[in-house]
Design a protein around this ligand. Sequence first.
Ligand code: GLN
Length: 305
Amino acid sequence: MDYQGILNVIEDKIQGEKLQGNVASYIPELAKIKPGKLGMHLTSVIGEEFHFGDSEERFSIQSISKVFSLTLALLKEKDEIIWERVDVEPSGDPFNSLVQLEYENGIPRNPLINSGALVICDILVSHLDNPKKEYLEFVRRIAGNATIDYNERVAASEKEEGFNNRAMINLMKGYGNIHNDVEEVLDFYFDTCSISMSCRELAQTFVMYANQGKLLKDQKRVLSEVHTKRINAIMQTCGFYDEAGEFSFRVGLPGKSGVGGGIVAVYPNMYSVAVWSPKLNEKGNSTAGMRALELLTEITGSSIF
Ligand code: GLN
């Protein structure tokens, strides 16, 4: 497959379509990003790399980090305990919604919305001596890149404004589903969201989920095949909040978005791909990012469906 030729066609089309959307502004530090950025990078499971545009520029991965958090939690805690505290159903609600928590006794619908990620962060705080340090070491290990880091300004900016997340974690604490100090878990959650990575770095990290849970560089296994299947399944059904159905319908791959404008998608046994464009639609997903991935599966004539 001529992926580079296809990516070039996608870049031309997207530039011509002048897609609308707004940069996330509820985290003040993110509102400063230039809206016109566009980059894409595809890493195949045999190690080929294809890209265009701003694919090397780092941006705030935000909710994409929820996949790393879940991965690390699955390595640290028994499945039965995790899935008692977080469900695996699509929410059909916005990423920051509290409504379902009340009639579901503080059990979040899935680990890829804020409430679910907060419970996963609580599990990690229980298991790690130094969560912030060990989390970053884990991300660096699966990325094969020791320069990946938190963006302290983004984390601080969200800590100042994170009223909704604070309400959510307190509600879950009331139901007994948060075991540690709420401020400690919140701080850790905001740190995880603040990690900066480029499309290239994201594609090279997520290729593990396309490669049956093994790192590409040395084929070392990080995740079992069962866990890899489960994470891809959760990305497929829950990776885009109340637009998970739309993403499945248009793109047909497991994926995860973040309000920094990044989207990663995984084609098991084929490739991982990351795209970045900061203008978001009303559901908080990158408008051009969704379009680029839709074009990718349409032009290649190939998706998991
Ligand atoms: N840090 C963001 C928040 O908690 C992540 C949201 C997202 O990327 N959808 O609101």
